[in-house]
Design a protein around this ligand. Structure first.
Ligand code: ADP
Length: 398
């Protein structure tokens, strides 16, 4: 059983006299058979964390366990892992069979065992009938499948994959994503997967580990990261297009922002006090044109806005809204407080430069402490709302 644990793993590099902390006190507990994605912007420490698990990098501090064994200082070959990287390094002069079986032949596995493993792996990644092809005769996706098959034949306890789809075109990426999910179902092994692509992380993972500046920000199932982000970083990183953020101040009865206010009772929410500076987080799909107010379960009051740019996406339209006097154009750098991105129905007849009222689904308004960035609550239902628990009651279950 390949549970993977990182305990207080830190990796510091000396970069020409400057200390760079690539991984900062990382604690992870990954269950056997889990598909975990490390996600975060470039430089956040994803690859370094992965390399410490692989044994390509020895941590400065902390311990790593795979299964029951501590492996912190073991070489990669003794860890029961197999790796797949972004750059598919196949041997150009070897056919698919030889590429897949290379490692096994190197370790002197008996021929019938090699055949058995290659056949099974080729079957899993759907390369049957292609074993005699040369890499140059294959597409990028097929070559990546050879690389995955080469990892499968090692029958590892843990697969480590570092941006394996990054070099594939968009269509192939989506296809390979599905293949990886099938692979995971079929193999019942732990997969740890590095990507900067949050969409990939959302679709593949059992849990997403969101990293920033070498630190773990949140590790949770994709929808928990989406619906209940622990902090502003996760809220802004997960979801495309990003969550809208608006600065606000808490009063006795409202949350005041530069362009609108939301009624609520601050005493009903633990961690909020009158005078506090908070950041509201609102996803584009939780904003609705005001004429739909009756269809929105828990609408805010009407907020006046002007449409700026409309972007039809086929299945939805992104409407960039200007709040307040609407003088600035969205194409310029705007104060976040004065803009909202709303996602609406593709058959909406909304036009550019149209004044309208919009409402927000209060069940999905997130509040963050502006100073620390920590999430306070994930709904802003008025205290009096009928048939709903107050937010503090919901929160106190945690
Ligand atoms: P990611 O995979 O998220 O893009 P990395 O793990 O590659 O991030 O890098 C994390 C940080 O560590 C970055 O600031 C990077 O510049 C630094 N770093 C990585 N490897 C080295 C190294 N060998 N020497 C110095 N700094 C490094």
């Amino acid at each position: 059983m390949a549970r993977v644990r990182l305990e207080h793993v830190t990796k510091r590099y000396d970069d020409q006299g400057d200390v760079v902390t690539a991984v900062d006190d990382m604690n992870l507990d990954i269950a056997h058979g889990e598909f975990i994605c490390f996600v975060g912007p470039s430089g956040c420490g994803k690859s370094t964390t992965m390399e410490t698990i692989a044994g390509l990098t020895i941590p400065t501090e902390g311990e790593i366990y795979i299964g029951d064994r501590e492996v912190t200082n073991l070489p990669p070959k003794d860890r029961g892992i197999a790796m797949v990287f972004q750059n598919i390094a196949l041997f150009p002069h070897m056919d698919v069979y030889d590429n897949i079986s290379f490692g096994l032949r190197l370790r002197d596995y008996p021929q019938d065992e090699i055949d058995r493993r290659v056949e099974r792996a080729a079957d899993i990644v759907q390369l049957e009938g292609m074993l005699n092809r040369m890499p140059e005769e294959m597409s990028g996706g097929q070559r990546q499948r050879v690389a995955i098959a080469r990892a499968i034949v090692r029958e590892p306890d843990v697969f480590l994959m570092d941006e394996p789809l990054a070099n594939l075109d968009a269509k192939l990426k989506v296809h390979m994503r599905t293949e990886l999910q099938r692979l995971h179902k079929e193999l019942d092994t732990t997969i740890i997967y590095v990507t900067h692509d949050q969409e990939e992380a959302m679709t593949l993972s059992d849990r997403i580990a969101v990293l920033d500046s070498g630190q773990l920000q949140q590790i949770d199932p994709p929808l928990t990261c989406y619906n209940e982000p622990d902090n502003l970083f996760v809220a802004g990183f997960i979801g495309s297009p990003s969550m809208n953020f608006v600065e606000g101040t808490v009063t006795e009865t409202t949350l005041e922002t530069p362009n609108f206010s939301l009624e609520f009772n601050p005493s009903s929410i633990e961690g909020v006090g009158v005078g506090d500076n908070v950041t509201l987080g609102i996803r584009p799909e939780d904003i609705y044109p005001g004429d739909l107010q009756s269809e929105v379960p828990d609408p805010s009051g009407m907020i006046t806005a002007t449409t700026d740019i409309l972007e039809p996406m086929g299945d939805e339209i992104f409407a960039y809204l200007l709040l307040g006097d609407g003088e600035t154009s969205m194409s310029q750098e705007l104060a976040t407080n004065d803009q909202l991105l709303m996602s609406i129905d593709p058959d909406s007849d909304l036009e550019e430069d149209e004044e309208l009222g919009v409402v927000i689904d209060r069940r999905n308004v997130h509040l963050f402490d502006s100073a620390t960035g920590e999430a306070i609550v994930h709904d802003l239902i008025p205290y009096e709302a009928e048939g709903t628990a107050s937010s503090s009651e919901v929160e106190s279950d945690d």
